[in-house]
Design a protein. Structure first.
Length: 213
């Protein structure tokens, strides 16, 4: 068999008995990684650690897949500017959160004879959100509708980290502002107390007089 060392180095073609001896001497396992090869390929490794790392990768992959969400945003071909900006803001928010967005242009009546309106609107939207999303599914007519799918430029896990960092920064800012307000209020109370004491004493209390007997 062809033997590969624990660091990926090529040991060479050895007998099974010699491979087993090397594994025992190194306190490692002999694992066949390519049984169909000629000769078969085996590697010296810590099989328990290998299984653990493989399970970790599989778990992370499943978590990323399960977090993949497709949002949908519906627009009319003759949408007014204010509504367009509002819906574009929602699309950007979805993309920044790491979600895909399905954009649906809904045609009604005579609008169906002018598909270029929907195509131009989708192209405009894709250009407007290019920093946060990419076109994964190009505009396509689907019955009375036209659809396009935008994908986020960042992974959901990256977006989650950024959101958590932003939350932490916001919380720190709130705490700093609250502390500054408490300090200011304490200073105002101290100044008010000092003013009250001075007024109670009266101006005559501040006059020093020497009396000769």
């Amino acid at each position: 068999m062809r033997l590969v060392g624990p660091a990926g180095e090529q040991v060479g073609i050895v007998r099974i008995e010699d491979a087993l001896r090397l594994a025992q001497e190194a306190d490692l396992d002999l694992v066949e990684v390519a049984p169909q090869a000629r000769p078969p390929v085996a590697k010296l490794m810590d099989y328990g650690k290998f299984k653990y790392e493989a399970a970790q990768k599989a778990r992370e992959s499943r978590r990323n897949q399960s977090n993949a969400v497709i949002k949908e945003m519906k627009l009319r071909p003759k949408i007014d500017e204010h509504d367009y900006e509002t819906k574009k803001g929602h699309v950007v928010r979805f993309l920044k959160a790491g979600d895909k967005v399905k954009i649906t242009i809904m045609f009604r009546g005579r609008e169906q004879s002018r598909p270029e309106l929907g195509f131009n609107l989708l192209r405009r939207l894709a250009d407007d959100v290019v920093e946060d999303g990419v076109v994964e599914f190009a505009p396509k007519q689907d019955g009375r509708n036209m659809i396009m799918v935008l994908g986020p430029t960042r992974k959901k896990s990256e977006a989650r980290v950024e959101v958590e960092a932003a939350k932490a920064a916001k919380a720190a800012t709130r705490a700093a502002n609250a502390e500054a307000e408490r300090t200011e209020q304490a200073s105002l109370r101290a100044a008010a107390a000092e003013k009250k004491v001075t007024k109670k004493r009266g101006p005559s209390d501040n006059i020093d007089a020497d009396i000769d007997v």
